[in-house]
Design a protein around this ligand. Structure first.
Ligand SMILES: NC(=O)c1ccc[n+]([C@@H]2O[C@H](COP(=O)([O-])OP(=O)(O)OC[C@H]3O[C@@H](n4cnc5c(N)ncnc54)[C@H](O)[C@@H]3O)[C@@H](O)[C@H]2O)c1
Length: 277
């Protein structure tokens, strides 16, 4: 028997929502662990995309940028195709595109805003999963599976949120979309397992990204700061984006062969903590 040598995650990573924030942290974690290629898929502006790419390339990893909107099925199909043209396959997909959506009570909710949130956060994730699975179903297992372990044709990690379990008043669109993430993940996992594809979700707690910035409104900002303090207290401490990125890499490894359809909370104990809130 020999000791493991070489990188932890030698395959090709395909990250939707990968230009910035948590998706970019996932991309960087894959780069750190030796991914052969990293694909960043997003709708971001040129500068943000370039910064996201630089973060990945700092680890000597080849990085492909693809502009694609998850609300457009043809974009997602094309993105998968371009990634495969460049790197030959997709071993680890991570679906991290997301928006916060309206912060209104249900009595005031605007249906187009509700719909936009579902289009990005849940239907977008479904479409991403569809084309990622199609690719993974036709490729061979990643090399280097240890003796006695099952092959892995691919792993998909979908980004949900603690809002896939709980809710806060005024977040109906986001909460519903994140509950749907886990539903999509469960069904995909049961279909994927006959093809050696695992599909799991992760549910981060509270991370300081652009998604949770409140803009210029001072009153809204003060209220948000107070809420954020309560949320991070309940989480136990401030968290770093890297802590989410690293979990996604670990969850994507063939070593996690029996872990399928799960929703892994990356929240320092937030969801089981009934205090400090
Ligand atoms: N920040 C948090 O506290 C937190 C907690 C739990 C879950 N999340 C989830 O993490 C994921 C990443 O969010 P983030 O916090 O890093 O915020 P972010 O805004 O920095 O990242 C979201 C990314 O998704 C991209 N995106 C949005 N709409 C898209 C579309 N139609 N097509 C393609 N890409 C699109 C954005 O351009 C952006 O790069 C989201 O799914 C979010 O719901 C965030």
């Amino acid at each position: 028997m020999s000791k493991r040598s070489g990188p932890l995650a030698p395959g090709v990573a395909f990250i939707i929502g990968g230009a910035r924030g948590l998706g970019n942290a996932v991309a960087v974690s894959f780069a750190k662990e030796g991914a052969r290629g990293v694909v960043l898929v997003d709708i971001q502006d040129e500068q943000t995309f370039a910064e996201g790419q630089k973060n990945v390339e700092e680890y000597g990893t080849e990085c492909l940028r693809i502009r694609a909107d998850v609300t457009k099925e043809a974009d997602v199909e094309q993105a998968v195709q371009q990634a495969v043209e460049k790197f030959g396959r997709i071993d680890y997909a991570a679906n991290f595109a997301g928006i916060l959506g309206p912060r209104d009570p249900i009595s005031e909710i605007s249906l187009p805003e509700w719909q936009k949130t579902q289009d990005v956060n849940s239907t977008g994730m479904l479409v991403a999963t569809k084309y990622e699975m199609r690719q993974m179903m036709k490729q061979a297992s990643i090399d280097g599976i240890e003796e006695g372990r099952v092959p892995q044709q691919g792993s998909i990690v979908n980004c949900a949120s603690v809002n896939s379990l709980f809710s806060v008043a005024g977040t109906v669109a986001y909460t519903a979309s994140k509950h749907a993430c886990h539903g999509i993940t469960k069904a995909a996992a049961l279909e994927g397992r006959t093809h050696n594809i695992r599909v799991n979700a992760v549910s981060p707690g509270f991370l300081p990204t652009k998604l949770v910035e409140m803009g210029e409104d001072e009153e809204a900002n003060e209220a948000w700061k107070t809420l954020w303090r309560g949320l991070t207290n309940r989480q136990g401490r401030n968290a770093t984006l890297e802590e989410v990125g690293d979990v996604v890499v670990l969850l994507s490894l063939p070593r996690m062969s029996l872990v399928n359809a799960q929703n892994l909370f990356i929240d320092g104990g937030f969801t089981i903590n009934a205090g400090n809130f």
